[in-house]
Design a protein around this ligand. Structure first.
Ligand code: GDP
Ligand code: IMO
Ligand code: MG
Length: 419
């Protein structure tokens, strides 16, 4: 039974939600394995837009079910909010979602800490302020709250007291939420989840189920925001690569396909290096045409040309087996398109960054290609062939609009090209 992962090949917001949603009809399970509500995955269903922050991008009217894995950090306020939005259009949909008991929680304190630390940093990261860094920090320093604590109230209270004791010694009176407020908030959210009939399970219990059926793993963020291999410290705090499926008990060797999703250009939200970034009128034009404003925070996204060295890096780091290109329609009508083919690093030309350091010192080397009128234009096919030649990986699917059905395989595109 097929196992596939879809991950971001750039700095996030590549259109993963849409692509997962497109494939989801062929899969029994859609599994989120990392990140939290910093993610914003946009999908359309019957012309209505939904933005999933925590919920896997299942197709609401299909039989597929969603699993929120142990590698995630869950903000229960956001989770209940998202489920309530879906419930109003699809009653009882919550019972299609399963939460791993080992997942960690984002507490109200974590969101306060994210604000405090960002405002104190000399060089802010530009986080989403969703408490992601502080929640993963607590996990690693062994102060985290696991989802299953919610079902043992005295354990939960004890742990909150211990954690607050530590936190208040770092933060003094800067943290505004009291222990009892956090406790009551968590119990209330747990009761709401139970009422909605959300399911709880562990990857151990789900192991047999997942192995005997089809599973689509939905990555969050993008390879260049990965904690280990992204443009550190301007990264998120979790694994953004296919390897993250290990938190659901899988190895990457069990994946039939790992698709990297990329835009026909590049965007980034937040601070940090971005070698192909462009400014001024051209940047504004792409931002406007691509509606490049964050799905989670509404911040304008920084924009730039396609970066092939970064894509080669993402291919190797995340073991990509194929590519899906999105937003090709945004560049329709451009006379010329620039593509970065190499980096000049300390006077030497490089194809592929050898470490994340290279992104900080790279000067992009560009090639200009002819633009296209639409995806049936031969110049668009040439653009795809150029990417394939340069990166030695196939572009298997093309997305040319935000709606789920605005998508085709490359073979289909070739048959319909205007010659
Ligand atoms: P994700 O985080 O990777 O799921 O991506 P986001 O949802 O944050 O951002 C992608 C944005 O591009 C969303 O507004 C999508 O609706 C939109 N989108 C996805 N694919 C396409 C496409 O091929 N063309 C256009 N014009 N928009 C797209
Ligand atoms: P999806 O899944 C784009 C960025 C933030 C910031 C950095 C750290 O929708 O592609 P964090 O709040 O995680 O501590 O912020 O990471 N970031 C994203 N950028 N898409 C995302 O998710 C992102 N999630 C985090 O802007 O630069
Ligand atoms: Mg997004």
């Amino acid at each position: 039974m097929k196992k596939m992962a879809i991950v971001g090949a750039q700095w996030g917001d590549e259109g993963k939600g849409k692509i997962v949603n497109y494939f989801s009809k062929d899969f029994e399970w859609i599994v989120r394995f990392s990140g939290g509500s910093n993610a914003g995955h946009t999908i359309y269903y019957k012309d209505k837009k939904y933005v999933n922050h925590l919920l896997p991008s299942i197709m609401p009217n299909s039989n597929s079910k969603g699993f929120l894995g142990a590698g995630m950090v869950l903000d229960l306020e956001k989770l209940v909010e998202e489920l309530s939005i879906l419930e109003s259009d699809f009653p009882d949909i919550s019972s299609k979602f399963y939460i791993d008991l080992e997942a960690f929680l984002v507490l109200p304190w974590h969101k306060e800490e994210d604000e405090i630390i960002e405002s104190m940093r000399k060089k802010p990261i530009g986080t989403t302020r969703r408490g992601i860094g502080p929640s993963y920090t607590d996990k690693v320093s062994r102060e985290g709250i696991k989802f299953y604590y919610l079902f043992d109230e005295s354990l939960l209270m004890n742990r909150l007291e211990d954690i607050y004791y530590l936190k208040s010694s770092y933060y003094g009176n800067k943290l505004k939420t009291s222990i009892s407020e956090v406790y009551e908030f968590l119990i209330k959210a747990r009761n709401r989840l139970e009422k909605l009939k959300v399911n709880y399970a562990s990857a151990i219990e789900m192991g047999e189920v997942f192995r005997s059926t089809s599973v689509l793993f939905e990555g969050a963020q993008g390879v260049l925001l990965d904690l280990d291999f992204g443009t550190y410290p301007f990264v998120t705090s979790s694994s953004c690569m296919a390897h993250g499926v290990s938190s659901v008990g899988f190895s990457t060797f069990e994946l039939d396909d790992v698709y990297g999703v990329l835009k026909a250009y590049t965007t980034r939200v937040g601070e940090g290096p971005f070698p192909t970034e462009i400014f001024g009128e051209e940047a504004e034009k792409i931002r406007r045409l691509g509606n490049e404003y964050g799905a989670t925070t509404g911040r304008p996204r920084r924009v730039g040309w396609l970066d092939l060295p970064a894509l080669r890096y993402a291919k190797i780091r995340s073991g990509l087996t194929g590519l899906v290109i999105t937003k090709s329609d945004v560049l329709n009508g451009f006379d010329q398109i620039k593509v970065c083919t190499n980096y000049e690093i300390k006077g030497k030309i490089k194809d592929t960054p050898s470490s994340s350091y290279d992104f900080f010192v790279a000067k992009p080397v560009y090639k200009e290609l002819k633009g296209w009128k639409n995806t049936s234009d031969i110049n668009f096919l040439k653009y795809l062939s150029f990417i394939e030649e340069q990166t030695q990986i196939n572009v298997d699917y093309i997305s040319y609009g935000p709606k789920t059905e605005e998508m085709c395989s490359k073979n289909h595109l070739i048959l319909n090209i205007d010659r």
